[in-house]
Design a protein around this ligand. Sequence first.
Ligand code: ZN
Length: 181
Amino acid sequence: MSYLERLGMAGVKTVKFDTGRGGLTELTGLDVVAALSGLDDVCCHYAHAFLTNGTSRRSVDRVVNYLSRMTEAVKPEQAKGLAVVALNENSQPQCVACGGTGIQHNYSDSLSMMIEALPCPHCKGLGRKPMKIKDKAKLIGVSWDTYNRKRDLYENELSAMKSEIANIEQRINKHGKEKLG
Ligand SMILES: [Zn+2]
């Protein structure tokens, strides 16, 4: 059985794809199979991991391995930990202060907002609730002190991984839109 056939049988009842038309369309598991067929391996595994809320260990592991291979600046086990952090941060709830935009909104002074477009101080421009350093350090397998000492290195690798995750999501959504019309 192919991966996509299994995806169709994964018990996915409905899934929401952003249609880019200001609304969301509900799809069935079979629609998902049709929508994903022809996508590259990492996109399929990402979609599967996403659709199963991370309960498909195999798909999560494949995505983690893919992301961890992006860096040679840290040990392989730490790189896997970084990939898990990147995936976690990417699925954190939206920041309520900025509504997920990552930009500071100040409606009482909209002119200065447009001029400066400051990063949201609550989420530091991430648009999502940031993870605590101690939680990140634990996932990477280093101490809080080590994380702080090598913070620039880790955060750089994390933002590269998060860009790649955004890229994967874009590829899935673009592909899905083309398939579904
Ligand atoms: Zn924010």
